[in-house]
Design a binder for this molecule. Structure first.
Ligand code: ARG
Length: 569
C-alpha cells in the first residue's frame, strides 16, 4: 500500500466534496505531501498554502474543511495545524502493510528493475602502474564498487573499468633504470616497491647526469614503437603491479570487468585526432594542438604535445568514444578525486562540441582527500600510508577487540576480517563523498559509534534474537508493533527503497551508509524498550517478523556499500 498516494486520493475526493474543486490530480498532490521530521506531527503532512489562491480561503480554513471531509479506515487521526493537515496512519495497519511489502519482495526489497536494458560504465580505482596502492586510492575503489552494487540492485547492467595509468615517459625511465641497475629477482620479490626504488634512483642520478633523461626518452620511444625487449619489460612491470593490486582488491572484495587503461588506446588515437580536425575543433597553440575552450571559461584542452605525443586528455577522449561504441552506456561515471574536476569538465565539453549529445550522460563522481590521523598523505614528504598496511592493522585490531568481547566465538579470524575491513570501508563511505576524510583508528573501530562494527553488531544481535526464538508459528498481531520504538523501525524500513533510489540519483553511497546507522540505532532502541520474545505469541510473532526484516535490510545495505554482515560476532 502506498500511503502517500492513498492520502493524496483522499485529498482529491475531499477537495471535490468540500470545494467542488477538481484542479489537482492525486499525483500532483502526492508530490507536495511531506514526511514530518518528527512523528508527533504525523506520518505525512499536506501543506494547504498553495491552494489558498485558487480556493480564495485562508490555509487553516482549507485544512479544517478537508479534515472534516476525509474518513478512511487506514487513518487513525487527522489534525489541522496552522495550514497543515497532519495524517496519522493507524499503527497496526502501517506495520502490516510495510512488512507485507518486504515479505513480497524478499531479498530484493529496496531494489527495482528501472535499469533493465540499460548499461552503466563505471571508471574507478584506475591505478597507475609501478605505484603502490596507498590509502588515497580507497575512496575511488570503494565508492565505485558501491555504485556498481547499487546500480545492479536497480537492474542496470554495469561495466567496471580500471582505466590503468600505464602510459607516459616515466615508464621509459623505469625501463632504462631497470636495464642499468635492476635484476629480475629483485623486482619479482620486491614488487612495486622495487620498481619505485629504481625510478627514484633514476631521477636522483639524472639530476647530475641529465643525459640519462635522453636514455629514458629513448626507451619510451621503444615502448611506443613496439620494440620487443622494451615492451616485454614494461608489460612485466604491469603484471607485477596488477598482481599486487589484485591482492588488495581480493581483500576488499572488489572486481572489474575491464582493465583497459591508457595504453589500450594507443591504436585508437588517430580517430580522435581525425575527428577533431574534421570538426574544426583542433587549433595550433605554441606548437601544440589544442581544443580552445576559452568561450566556456576553461583553459585549452591539450590534445597533442608539440612533439606529436598524445596525452591523458587524448586518451580519455578515445576511451569515451570506445566505451560508447562498445557498451552503448546510458551513463558513464568517472569516480576520480575532485582535483581532476577541470579535466573532466574539459573532457565532457569537448565531447559535446564534437556533437555527441551523450556527453551529458558522462559524469565526474568527485570525492575529497583522505588524511590519516590528522596528517595529509604526501608522497613527497615520504609520509605515505599504504592501504594493505591499514587493512592488515584493521583486521589485527578487530581481532583483539573480538578476543576480548567474545572469546568463545568460533570463526574469530573470519569475523575479524569482515569487521576490520568493513570498519575501514564504512568510515570511507560515511560522509558525503566530496568531503575530505580524516581517518582515525579509534573512531573507525568503535563498536558504539556511527561505525561499521556498530551496524554489523546490530545485525549479529538480530540474528541472535532469531536463533533464540526458534520457530514461532503464531499469527502475527500487529498491535504489538504500535509502540513508538517499533514504529520508528518500520518507518525506516519503509524508507529503504527511496533511500537507495536517492543514493543512485546522486551517486552518493553515503546515504546508504548513514541509513544503516539510523536503522541500527532504531532497532537497538526497539530491542531495549520492547520485549521481542513477548508471552503473547501474536505480539511475539510480529516483533520477530520486524527483527527478521531489519536484519535483512541491514545486510542488504551493508552488501551494497561492500561490507560483510557476520551472523555472530
Ligand atoms: N590514473 C588516474 C590517476 O591516478 C585516474 C584515472 C581516472 N580515469 C580516467 N578515465 N581519467 O590520477
Amino acid at each position: 500500500m502506498d500511503f502517500k498516494l492513498s492520502i493524496a486520493n483522499e485529498i482529491v475526493s475531499a477537495l471535490k466534496a468540500a470545494f467542488d474543486n477538481a484542479d489537482l490530480t492525486a499525483d500532483a498532490i502526492a508530490q507536495v505531501i511531506e514526511i514530518p521530521p518528527d512523528t508527533t506531527m504525523g506520518d505525512y503532512a499536506f501543506p494547504c498554502f498553495r491552494l489558498a489562491k485558487t480556493l480564495r480561503k485562508a490555509p487553516p480554513m482549507i485544512a479544517d474543511a478537508l479534515k472534516d471531509a476525509i474518513h478512511a479506515p487506514f487513518l487513525k487521526e487527522i489534525q489541522s495545524v496552522k495550514g497543515y493537515l497532519n495524517f496519522y496512519i493507524d499503527r497496526a495497519t502501517y506495520a502490516r502493510e510495510v512488512l507485507a511489502a518486504i515479505a513480497r519482495q524478499g531479498e530484493a526489497y529496496g531494489g527495482s528493475d528501472v535499469g533493465a536494458g540499460k548499461t552503466v560504465c563505471l571508471d574507478y580505482s584506475s591505478i597507475n602502474i609501478a605505484k603502490r596502492f596507498h590509502i588515497g586510492h580507497l575512496s575511488t575503489t570503494m565508492i565505485g564498487n558501491a555504485l556498481k552494487n547499487m546500480y545492479e540492485f536497480h537492474g542496470y547492467k554495469t561495466v567496471g573499468i580500471n582505466h590503468l595509468g600505464d602510459w607516459g615517459t616515466q615508464f621509459g625511465k623505469m625501463v632504462a633504470a631497470y636495464k642499468l641497475w635492476g635484476n629480475r629477482e629483485e623486482v619479482e620479490q620486491g614488487g612495486v616497491d622495487a620498481m619505485v626504488s629504481l625510478y627514484v634512483r633514476f631521477n636522483a642520478e639524472a639530476e647530475e647526469k641529465p643525459e640519462l633523461n635522453d636514455l629514458g626518452r629513448a626507451w619510451f620511444k621503444k615502448i611506443e614503437d613496439g620494440d620487443e625487449e622494451a615492451l616485454s619489460i614494461f608489460n612485466w612491470f604491469k603484471e607485477v603491479t596488477l598482481a599486487d593490486a589484485r591482492r588488495v582488491y581480493d581483500i576488499l572484495g572488489v572486481s572489474f570487468d575491464s582493465y583497459a587503461g591508457e595504453s589500450f588506446y594507443n591504436d585508437k588515437m588517430d580517430r580522435v585526432i581525425d575527428e577533431l580536425k574534421a570538426k574544426n575543433l583542433l587549433v595550433e597553440s605554441e606548437g601544440a594542438q589544442i581544443v580552445d575552450l576559452s568561450e566556456y571559461g576553461m583553459p585549452p584542452f591539450i590534445i597533442l604535445r608539440s612533439d606529436g605525443a598524445t596525452l591523458y586528455a587524448t586518451r580519455d577522449l578515445a576511451a569515451a568514444l570506445y566505451r560508447k561504441d562498445t557498451y552503448d552506456f546510458a551513463k558513464c561515471l568517472y569516480v576520480v578525486a575532485y582535483q581532476q574536476d577541470l579535466h573532466f569538465r574539459q573532457l565532457f565539453k569537448t565531447l559535446e562540441l564534437m556533437g555527441y549529445d551523450w556527453a551529458k550522460n558522462c559524469e565526474h563522481v568527485a570525492f575529497g582527500m583522505v588524511s590519516f590521523e590528522g596528517e595529509s598523505l604526501s608522497t613527497r614528504k615520504g609520509h605515505v600510508v599504504y592501504l594493505d598496511d591499514v587493512l592488515n592493522k584493521a583486521v589485527e585490531k578487530a581481532l583483539a577487540i573480538i578476543e576480548e568481547k567474545s572469546p568463545d566465538l568460533e570463526n574469530k579470524e573470519e569475523v575479524a576480517q569482515q569487521v576490520g575491513i568493513g570498519a575501514v570501508i564504512f568510515f570511507d563511505l560515511y560522509n558525503s563523498r566530496i568531503k575530505d576524510i580524516d581517518f582515525w583508528w579509534d573512531r573507525a573501530l568503535n563498536f558504539d559509534g556511527e561505525t561499521g562494527p556498530y551496524v554489523q553488531y546490530t545485525h549479529a544481535r538480530s540474528c541472535s534474537v532469531l536463533r533464540k526464538a526458534g520457530e514461532c508459528a503464531a499469527q502475527p498481531n500487529y498491535d504489538g508493533l504500535a509502540t513508538p520504538e517499533a514504529q520508528d523501525v518500520i518507518r525506516l524500513l519503509e524508507q529503504f527503497p527511496g533511500t537507495v533510489a536517492d543514493a543512485i540519483d546522486r551517486n552518493e553511497p553515503s546515504l546508504i551508509t548513514r541509513y544503516s546507522v539510523g536503522l541500527a540505532q532504531a532497532f537497538n532502541k526497539f530491542y531495549y524498550e520492547n520485549r521481542i520474545l513477548d508471552d503473547d505469541m501474536g505480539v511475539r510473532a510480529a516483533r520477530l517478523e520486524l527483527t527478521r526484516d531489519t536484519k535483512q535490510v541491514i545486510a542488504t545495505a551493508l552488501r551494497l556499500i561492500g561490507i560483510g554482515a557476520p551472523e555472530r560476532m
